[in-house]
Design a protein. Structure first.
Length: 239
């Protein structure tokens, strides 16, 4: 099973790169952050306090989280321009999991060890089905420590904030660049210092500073690296 693990902080370019890479390699794209977001959404919808670990855990176990692919039909009638949709119990929650309020709360869910264990279990099932480009914070360290390809992205905080700012503005959010930078630095702190599965590069990860790279350049670097590895090392469990 071919697993490509991409970890790194918010705004480091993981998502855009992972999507583009998955498309080029015709592999599934698995966004593990979306899974923590889905559990957060369900907790908020059901009015469960973030201190009620028992009920939160129940949600994590019972929620059916799915990724589906939307195809748009291009002018010549061909199917292309792929978009990934996120489903919770057969409901499209793609937009609902990206609100600033939810983003502020997701750390409550991501720091719970039992919820993490449940998410990791689901992520392994997804990955082992068809392989994939899997992005998150702990893919190379916890979810697939034997993945043959591991990348850890980083970029200067100001630049990461600028990327996020542009995305939010494009989505119609009224934010300032200074506020986005503050939020990014706060999320870095929670991701890097949490007790359970903190964000860190796996010992054998290739560290990429994406500050001055475009998405295409980053994808090219990864493909060049993958191509340079001997064939026998390429799949999980074949080393
Ligand atoms: O990548 P993102 O912003 O969608 O991630 C949402 C949250 O989930 C963020 O607080 C980090 C956390 N996360 C995690 O702890 N482990 C993962 N594998 C992916 C995301």
């Amino acid at each position: 099973m071919l697993i490509i693990a991409i970890d790194g902080p918010a705004g480091s370019g993981k998502s855009s790169t992972a999507k583009a890479l998955a498309k080029r390699l015709k592999l599934p794209y698995i966004d593990t952050g979306a899974m923590y977001r889905v559990v957060t959404l369900k907790a908020m919808q059901d009015g469960i306090p973030f201190t009620d670990k028992k009920r939160l855990m129940k949600i994590a176990r019972k929620s059916r989280i799915e990724f589906r692919t939307a195809y748009r039909t291009a002018s010549r009638g061909e199917r292309d321009a792929v978009r990934q949709l996120v489903y919770l119990d057969s409901q499209d929650v793609t937009e609902a999991i990206r609100t600033p309020e939810l983003t502020k709360n997701v750390f409550h869910i991501a720091q719970e060890p039992l919820i993490r264990r449940e998410m990791v279990k689901k992520q392994r099932v997804m990955g082992l089905k068809q392989g994939g480009v899997m992005e998150g914070r702990d893919i190379g360290t916890v979810v697939f420590p034997d993945a043959p390809f591991k990348f850890y992205f980083d970029a200067q905080p100001k630049l990461r904030a600028l990327r996020r700012y542009r995305e939010l503005r494009a989505a119609g959010e009224q934010v300032t660049q200074a506020k986005v930078l503050r939020d990014i630095l706060k999320r870095d702190r929670t991701d890097l210092t949490r007790k359970n599965s903190p964000l860190k590069p796996a010992k054998d990860a290739v560290v990429l500073d994406t500050s001055s790279l475009t998405i295409d350049q980053t994808v090219d670097r990864i493909i060049a690296h993958i191509g340079a590895k001997p064939l026998r090392d390429r799949r999980l469990g074949t080393e």
